[in-house]
Ligand binder design. Structure first.
Ligand code: N01
Length: 538
């Protein structure tokens, strides 16, 4: 089989963090690359999540590309945890600096990608009726990009303003003088509620599951701090690549149950001061031993009780359904204190569920809440949602949706048996959301570029994961997850937030550094677990 001529060498779907870098890197190999992006700009997650209070929970100096040393030295982050606005400005800057906009066709949604075995080409078709053929397709479609608007009775009958945090409009949303209902208390709800409450006349929070959240401890970055980071970037990045989560932080060297009460408290105090989700990893045994986890949980519960004046409301805000850290700990600014405000009401949907959304508000089993605005902070069909919304067909017309009907099945999170020359970015089976997404994207794109070099060197046209390699990797991912407390939580990591979605722990939880090493070993062994096929036409 020889490869026929395609319109371009590669199509990249999505202009978020991984899509932008994929275009840069593949073009750098001399490939022709065409990108498609449904939005009218670059940025992916950071384009869409413009809700008030949206910030990254990874420190800005780490949540940034490392591939361009000059960029790293020239760009100056203003705060420890960057706002959505600043991250989007950064990504626009990167795209401008490397002429990446020119690769993309914006406002164009891919509806199908179909592989043809005879030509060994993919045909990518869009909602504008365009079709492009390519040898390779890179699915940089995002992990938290397919929004979830739950099918609550009467959802579309509401006549006030209605927004989803993950599809927030560009125009300024005015809360002043309005009664705002927020459904959902994940990261998006918890970040936006304090800001909405400062402006709105009244905020009613509809909480189904309480979540653990820690103050961000966000501060402006001083010129001295910036200079120090810039001077030490090589070491900072090196440590990040050796870490479990893609940032230069490591847990305390002993387990929570190996130290006495005073030492444990000192460590939790220190990690509390650092702020944010890293608290889940203060001690290395916190997410594998329920006894260790209990010590962290009790510490945070006491903090919540300190912050919330009304003990009954504090009780409602303390999770009882999952070990701390098995859902992503939220990084907030003044969340719990918001419930001390007169204009904020917390509705516990576990005791009084939503019966319906009406024209004028929300009706629970015991109360009608009249509202002017509804904010759906109800999350995403995570990790697989964006892929399943595209009709992806591999060999013999096999549909990815069907292949993954019992849960996603990948090799190294990047490749799928039966879908040659298709690469999935930061997808299920990779550390993905459990690590720094920017370094994760770089690591995978670099690996893909090396893999394409290998194909060229061997005059080959296709690479495809074997069924056996996929089966073994899926088993490895499941084994790693089962050794932790994570599967015990009804989280979006498990697909538990979407009715009918298979319950599978989707990311690879063996650590960022380990994952990188495994990928490197696979490459060094001549792409073990892959079939490399065909010869290029002379
Ligand atoms: O979404 P979520 P998110 N009726 O799925 C509730 C990243 N992120 O957008 O838990 C009533 O976490 C649902 O309740 P329950 C980060 O990785 C990062 O907030 O299913 N409620 C939950 O409370 C994060 O983890 C940042 O019982 C319903 C909420 O909606 C991920 O994105 C900022 C419901 C959804 O929470 C997702 O966060 C923002 C229903 N029918 C996001 N359906 C950073 O800081 C759902 N809910 C970087």
């Amino acid at each position: 089989m020889g490869a026929q001529t395609s319109d371009v060498d590669a199509v990249v779907i999505g202009a978020g963090i991984s899509g932008l870098y994929a275009v840069y890197k593949l073009r750098g190999r001399g490939m022709t690359v065409h990108g498609f992006e449904a939005a009218d700009g670059v940025g992916g997650t950071w384009f869409h999540n413009r809700y008030p209070g949206a910030r990254c929970d990874v420190e800005s100096v780490d949540y940034s590309y490392s591939f361009d040393e000059d960029l790293q030295q020239e760009w100056t982050w203003s705060e420890r945890f960057a706002t959505q606005e600043e991250i989007l400005a950064y990504l626009e800057h990167v795209a401008g600096r490397h002429d990446l906009h020119s690769a993309f066709e914006f406002l164009t949604r891919v509806v199908s990608t179909v592989y043809d075995e005879v030509s060994a080409l993919w045909t990518i078709t869009t909602d504008t009726g365009r079709s492009v053929t390519a040898r390779f397709v890179v699915m940089a479609t995002g992990v938290l990009s397919a929004t979830n608007r739950p099918d609550i009775p009467g959802r579309d009958s509401f006549t006030g303003e209605s927004y989803h945090t993950g599809e927030w409009p560009r125009h300024t949303v005015e809360f002043a003088g309005k009664r705002v209902g927020v459904i959902g208390t994940g990261s998006s709800g918890i970040q936006s509620i304090p800001i909405i409450a400062q402006e709105a006349e009244q905020v009613v929070v509809f909480q189904r599951s309480p979540n653990y959240s820690l103050p961000a401890g966000n501060t402006p970055l001083s010129p001295e701090q910036i200079a120090e980071v810039k001077a030490s970037y090589p070491e900072r990045r090196r440590l990040a690549r050796l870490s479990g989560g893609g940032t230069p932080f490591t847990p305390y060297p002993k387990g929570a149950l190996e130290v006495d009460e005073a030492e444990r408290r000192r460590v939790y105090d220190e990690w509390w001061q650092r702020g944010g989700y890293l608290f889940a990893k203060a001690f290395p045994d916190q997410t594998i031993s329920i006894e260790a986890n209990d010590t962290a949980r009790e510490y945070v519960e006491a903090k919540i009780r300190d912050m919330v004046k009304d003990p009954e409301i504090a009780n409602r805000l303390i999770p009882t359904d999952h070990p701390i850290g098995t859902k992503r700990i939220v990084t907030d600014s003044g969340y719990f204190e918001t419930y001390n405000r007169e204009n904020v009401t917390l509705v516990n949907l576990r005791s009084t569920p939503i019966v319906e959304i009406t024209e004028g508000g929300i009706r629970t089993s015991d109360t009608d809440y009249p509202l002017d605005m509804l904010v759906f902070a109800t999350g995403f069909d995570a990790m697989t949602g964006a892929l399943s919304r595209i009709d992806i067909r591999g060999r013999d017309g096999r549909a990815l949706r069907d292949e993954w009907s019992a849960g996603p099945r990948t090799y190294l999170g990047m490749a799928v048996a039966g879908f040659p020359n298709m690469f999935v970015m930061v997808g299920p089976g990779s550390p993905s959301v459990l690590a720094n997404m920017v370094l994760g994207a770089e690591q995978q794109v670099d690996w893909i570029a090396d893999c394409l070099d290998h194909l060229d060197e061997h005059n080959a046209v296709s690479i495809e994961a074997t069924e056996q390699a996929v089966a073994e990797w899926v088993e490895e991912c499941n084994k790693k997850a089962a050794a932790t407390l994570f599967p015990s939580a009804d989280s979006w990591y498990m697909g538990a937030n979407i009715p009918g979605k298979p319950r599978v722990f989707m990311p690879y939880i063996g650590g960022f550094a380990n994952y990188g090493n495994i990928c490197a070993e696979v490459a060094a062994a001549g792409y073990k677990g892959f079939e490399i096929g065909g010869e290029k036409d002379a």
